[in-house]
Design a protein around this ligand. Sequence first.
Ligand code: ADP
Length: 217
Amino acid sequence: IELIKTSAMSLMKTINDILDLSKLDARKLELTEETFNIKDLIRDLVTLFSMEAAKRKSTISYSFTEGFPNWIKGDPYRLRQVLNNIISNASKFTQDGKISIELDYKIESHDLVTIDINVSDTGIGISKSEIPKLFEDYKQAENNIAKEYGGSGLGLSISKKIIDLLKGSISIESEIGEGTTVHIDFQCKLSKKPEVNNRIFVSHSNNSLNALIADDS
Ligand code: ADP
């Protein structure tokens, strides 16, 4: 069952990547602009990957510089997709090591901020000559990577196309055997905690424990 599940998930990831790639190439991918809590998004991702990292005897941590904003305006789903890919690579290629996510910011004007994110790992690293090609579609660092670690070489090219849509930048620094740091930055608007946007209705009858939970997404 575990094998079927892993194979299905890996197939789903490949299909979703190919769909995203063709959408991006056809310039049909539109970003949403909504207020979201970027600190919560990072904490969620760290929670999500901490079990996977632990399986490889690695630890994962994050830090925000003081005063880092909570609420920004942007596309939380696509930012999550980019970070998901970068953190999943860091976790996949790091055995018995450390993964750290550092977030910094620079206020540009009263409502504009530049967000800087570094995802560093102490994993296998990438040779300098291989780095530029990793942003191309279907490219992996070495020929035997797919055999050993899986993947399709689409994650970083999709991430770069999304970061380009955000008019930001993405770069990699790495040393074979030492580890890798992926850096992204982009500008976005500062925002405020939204007014109550979820309404929860709770009603219960005396002695039954039936629950109907509905949400609109
Ligand atoms: P995938 O991981 O699906 O192969 P990506 O585009 O996300 O595709 O990554 C492309 C390649 O870049 C990987 O196959 C690997 O060779 C290299 N790579 C990316 N991140 C790392 C990392 N943190 N450490 C070592 N190699 C990496």
